[in-house]
Design a protein around this ligand. Sequence first.
Ligand SMILES: [Zn+2]
Length: 301
Amino acid sequence: MNVYKLSVQTQGYFLIEKDDYEQRTARRPPWYKMSDDGEPRYFAICPACNNPTQIIGLYKLPANIYHPYAKHYGKPVPGVGIYDREAFEWCPYSNKKPASNESRPKRLPGVLTQQILSILVKHFDKVVWLLSQSTGIRIDEKLAKNMLVQYRREEGWLYSRATLMNIPWVFAYMTDNQGVLFKKFGDSTFANELVARAQGVLEFTDKGYLIKPQTCKEYLDLGAYYTLHRSGVVDDVLTESMDMVFTLKKGYAEPQEIYRQTISFDFEHFNNLVNFGEWKTSPWNEQLLQLAREILGDLIA
Ligand SMILES: [Zn+2]
């Protein structure tokens, strides 16, 4: 992997770069350590699964390697971190992912699942903001509440592929199908595309809302859900994405898929919002944080 962090308590991570790593660690233990056979080793923590990693090629690149990278160490490292085998196996940076026929496999509660939950609650206003940007759907109070309730029902923090890096997107992924009729849409091109595909039963208003036109007398529901979460690592760089699917239910007919789009996870944006960004709070942000605490707060040990 091309990223690392130095505290198991935090979510923030950095790109692997020699000078930066030296400065952050001051070239001291527990990060700099001699192995039993006298070889220097450089340790860090995987920002996705919180397991210890070893940085390879920091001072001397192995043959055919052009930049330093980190790999899971596979054991606890005193002073650095514990080894959580299950988190390691499911880590998107690991190539040991267990085979699973389930589409949303779950693991047992543990340190990592608790941490995912507490970051989600503590930064829920940023999660909502980022998801609104990512999906184009402005999440209002009612939708935020419904999503939190559904996430709780599905125990989304136990999803095996949830990491410290993908918290906003996995939150949406674990909220099933949510009604989005009468919601505001930030991107008019996108909203108009949905209108075109709905063949006359949706209208996009001047104020930016997708609504059911008065001419439509049938029962109507527009839903959005997320599916096909996938991940891959190329040249030590992780990418993850999922599909966002819109369904339209008219009258007594079964819901029909009318639109599908791939959403790429912007890890860096979330990382920056949580750790480095200037973030102005507002009554709306406070309201979202309060909502997250009310619905999920009792689950945090
Ligand atoms: Zn990992």
